[in-house]
Design a protein around this ligand. Structure first.
Ligand SMILES: CC(C)(COP(=O)(O)OP(=O)(O)OC[C@H]1O[C@@H](n2cnc3c(N)ncnc32)[C@H](O)[C@@H]1OP(=O)(O)O)[C@@H](O)C(=O)NCCC(=O)NCCS
Length: 371
């Protein structure tokens, strides 16, 4: 019999997203700022990628700090405390340290002590792989409440002499909370895969056991990301289109009836190619790459957060999330959105203050909520 974390009898049930949080660091770098560093132009970056600006950490902020802020928002919006969590999963390629895991650090900072916590390394599919693992844990009855985070400090692994990559990425974190939900709502279907033959299309050559840090590895910029852009581009379009199509067909959902499509934000041309093939209307697609660039595992939860906030996802809507990334990896899910509009942290706290019962219930542990 399995015995993971807080063990429960294995059973099958439906998992759903019940809250979402995000954190965007304050430092902003526009395309015009990048023009001063490498031979590029706002026109080229905007036209070839859709990116106008990106945010970067300042004042020594760590990846776990970004994750912490996003997690706190997600928790506060539904009045959960860190002690309510059964599991913490972080998708990231930029942990504070190679070990211990970023999720260990996050759980410690949150005060979720004794809770199983681990990272999933699937690059830009890291959040989607983590979401899958969180869903499986709830579906099987191994966990009741799971925090899933995508958090990155991509600025720590960028090569500022390589114009083909340094214009693309940004730092940010997004978080969701998963819990059992009633059918027909929640995560209805999932698809997840990898093809490791192409591991070196997008990777960081140095820093792992194959190439520990040496003076030479640093001189050769091996501790920064390397990418074959056009091959990655083709794979991205193929894999996101196939994953989304499989999910829709398998569940009898006509693309025309899709409420919202959220694709990994790597390049607006990739997303446009996929959504055009799917014949989706503009109002069925949410993008924010113009503001943040590619924040790797954070892009999808950031989009969910903003689309939910702007009323673009409503209870009962079909939502498709799809990602691709280094590995190569891909993942997608079909969700029947099952929650009413989420309150802001301020509104949740006001409701908390106005209700004695609610307030009493939430008092223990509430002093960690960021004000
Ligand atoms: C990286 C990417 C934006 C490049 O766009 P592209 O249209 O494929 O451009 P190419 O690589 O064919 O390069 C075209 C030209 O632009 C140049 N170029 C590349 N980056 C440039 C930049 N930042 N500014 C100006 N020119 C640039 C190239 O040197 C090349 O010049 P050349 O024709 O003289 O050799 C695009 O391939 C891409 O988005 N790939 C996928 C990236 C991705 O998804 N990464 C994350 C995976 S999770």
């Amino acid at each position: 019999m399995l015995n993971i974390g807080k063990h429960k009898e294995p059973k099958v049930r439906r998992a759903g997203i019940v809250s979402v949080g995000k954190y965007i660091p304050e430092g902003v770098m526009t395309n015009f700022d990048i023009e001063k560093i490498v031979d590029t132009s706002d026109e080229w970056i905007r036209g070839r990628t859709g990116i106008c600006e990106r945010h970067f950490v300042t004042n020594g902020q760590r990846q776990s700090d970004l994750a912490l802020n996003a997690s706190r928002e997600a928790l506060a919006r539904v009045g959960w405390t860190p002690q309510d969590l059964d599991m913490v999963i972080v998708g990231t390629v930029t942990p504070d340290h190679i070990f211990p895991s970023s999720a260990n650090t996050l759980a410690g900072k949150l005060g979720a002590i004794g809770v199983p916590s681990f990272d999933i390394l699937a690059a830009c599919s890291g959040f989607m792989y983590s979401l899958h693992q969180g869903m499986v844990s709830i579906v099987s009855g191994m966990a009741d409440r799971v925090l899933v985070v995508g958090s990155e400090v991509m600025s720590s692994i960028m090569n500022w002499q390589d114009r083909t990559t340094c214009v693309l990425f940004g730092d940010a974190a997004g978080a969701v909370l998963l819990e059992e939900v009633e059918e027909p709502y929640g995560i209805v279907d999932y698809e997840i895969g990898s093809d490791g033959r192409y591991y070196d299309l997008l990777y960081m050559p140095g820093g792992g056991s194959a190439q520990p840090a040496t003076h030479e590895s640093i001189d050769k910029a091996m501790h920064t990301l390397h990418m074959e852009g056009s091959e990655t581009f083709k794979f991205a379009v193929r894999s996101m289109y196939k994953t989304a199509t499989d999910l829709l067909k398998r569940n009898g959902v006509d693309p025309e009836d899709l409420g919202l499509f959220i694709g990994h934000q790597a390049n607006i041309r990739i997303i446009d190619a996929v959504t055009k093939r799917l014949k989706l209307r503009d109002d069925q697609v949410y993008n924010n790459i113009n503001k943040y660039g590619n924040t790797t595992s954070a892009t999808i939860p950031l989009c969910i957060h903003e689309a939910e906030e702007q009323g673009m996802i409503k209870k009962g809507d079909w939502v498709v999330l799809v990602s691709f990334g280094a590995g190569l990896t891909w993942a997608g899910t079909l969700i029947k959105w099952g929650i009413d509009p989420l309150p802001s942290v301020a509104a949740a706290e006001a409701a908390d203050a106005a209700s004695d019962t609610y307030s009493e219930k939430l008092k223990p542990g509430r002093d960690w909520v960021k004000r």
